[in-house]
Design a protein around this ligand. Structure first.
Ligand code: GDP
Length: 440
């Protein structure tokens, strides 16, 4: 996410490293590079200029803070300004209605249908809501099918009326259906066009007027940069929407839309889409995003994800096994599965401070565990629970069965051994011992 921008800002902010104090000259030099980085990221010229002017003003008024290194101070100022630009505090969505009606708007292909599913899934799993999805794209039967597929996948009912070509009537009928059947959130997926056109705008404006939703969300593909900002403006003029959903951030290396959209339409970014799967949705936190862009990591989100996926029952089982010296490869496999549930590895790495830069160029893909899993799957249950049994001939058989090599198996055994040792130490009141081992 935003790799190019991160790299360029990092370079720009390096200019100040090694300087003892902030002077007008080195600030100007740094900010020229920051501005260039923003322009390369497809941030609007005016916004980039305002941004650097604000940072400059603050930087030159900061000579009081002599204890801070200029480099660090500049990073902080840029971070604060980026946070401000992207919206300050995070904003939630209004779920107070009975039912709460959420209207989706945006161009075709922006990710509306996918996001409708993600939002329904999120509200169901995390907010204890009973959502209903309503299909209002009367032009493309495939769009209705797509929403049904999504609904089935996440276990959420989808309301549609294939013979009907009046989206206002369908959305009203959907809301009535929700009221009659105890749904407390209604998410209305509407038709989009490839570009802004009058008929589409009229149609969404009519739906909006007729159903008076609690939330009108504008969905936009982050990768389209300045076009995303212009489209947002066009939709906002007609709908005065409540929030922006930025999709496909996983493929966006530049970040221009994320940075400029709020200041152009003065509406917050509420959620982001970070993948095609139904759980690739995150609440948008401007300060966390600014930290990620500047390579400061996002430990808060990382811990939150770990907490969400943490399976207490499983952890207790594993603890017992470690205590009895029975931790085996099946448990190792289940640990890997838990990590995988937290999201794509690349995404997780990006949340570790400094890791983005350190791991740059390394191709971390989600197949990283594939070999390990293949090796474990090629073991017999007996070998999994008692790895000591793995002699040379067994290793040869496993290497063949998993399409790996003896070296890879030995490496895995070594890792497994280290992990078991560490776990035992943590178990046996050996926290202290471990800290010593780690040099603390
Ligand atoms: P709609 O026409 O606005 O309803 O757009 P769709 O929901 O059909 O999405 C268009 C394409 O973008 C589909 O192939 C989706 O899988 C893909 N997509 C949607 N959101 C994301 C995202 O956050 N990341 C990625 N990588 N792809 C996405």
């Amino acid at each position: 996410m935003f790799d190019n921008l991160s790299e360029k800002l990092d370079k720009a902010l390096h200019v100040l490293k090694g300087h003892g104090q902030i002077t007008e000259i080195n600030v100007a030099e740094t900010l020229k590079e920051v501005r260039r980085a923003l322009l390369d990221a497809d941030v609007n010229f005016k916004i980039a200029k305002e941004f650097t002017n604000k940072v400059k003003e603050k930087a030159l008024g900061q000579d009081v803070l002599t204890s801070l290194q200029p480099g660090q101070l500049m990073v902080k100022l840029v971070k604060d300004e980026l946070t401000e630009l992207m919206g300050g505090d995070a904003e939630g969505i209004d779920l107070s209605g009975t039912p709460s009606v959420i209207l989706m708007s945006g161009l075709q292909g922006s990710g509306k249908t996918t996001f409708s599913g993600k939002l329904a899934n999120y509200l169901l799993a995390k907010k204890n809501k009973k959502p209903l999805l309503v299909a209002c794209d009367v032009y493309r039967p495939a769009a209705i099918d797509q929403l049904h597929v999504v609904g089935e996948q996440i276990g959420v009912e989808v309301f549609s009326d294939r013979g009907n070509n009046d989206p206002v009537a369908i959305s009203k009928a959907g809301i009535a259906h929700a009221k009659a059947n105890g749904f407390n959130v209604v998410i209305i997926d509407t038709a989009g066009r490839l570009a802004v056109d009058e008929q589409m705008m009229n149609e969404i404006a009519n739906i909006h007027k007729a159903i008076q939703p609690q939330e009108t969300l504008f969905v936009v593909d982050s990768m389209t940069g300045q076009d995303a900002v212009n489209t947002a403006k066009a939709f906002n003029d007609v709908l005065n929407f409540d929030g922006v959903i930025l999709t496909k951030l996983d493929g966006d290396t530049r970040g221009g839309a994320a940075i400029s959209i709020k200041s152009v339409v003065n509406k917050p970014i509420k959620f982001i889409g970070t993948g095609e799967k139904m759980d690739a949705i995150d609440v948008f936190y401007p300060s966390r995003m600014a930290e990620r862009i500047l390579g400061m990591g996002d430990v808060v989100s990382l811990v939150e994800r770990a907490q969400e996926q943490f399976d207490e029952e499983e952890a207790r089982k594993i603890q017992k096994k470690i205590a009895k010296n029975k931790f085996g490869f099946d448990d190792f496999l289940s640990q890997i599965q838990q990590i995988k549930k937290m999201g794509s590895l690349k995404d997780l790495m990006g949340m570790i401070p400094g890791a983005g830069k350190a791991l740059k160029g390394l191709d971390i893909d989600d197949d990283a565990f594939k070999h390990i899993e293949a090796i474990i799957h090629s073991m017999t249950p007996d070998e999994r629970s008692t790895p000591a049994k793995l002699n040379a001939s067994r290793k040869k058989r496993i290497a063949k069965g998993s399409g790996t090599s003896i070296q890879e198996i030995n490496q895995l055994l070594k890792q497994f051994d280290q992990m078991s040792k560490m776990m035992k130490m943590m178990q046996g009141g050996g926290g202290k011992k471990m800290m010593q081992m780690m040099g603390a």
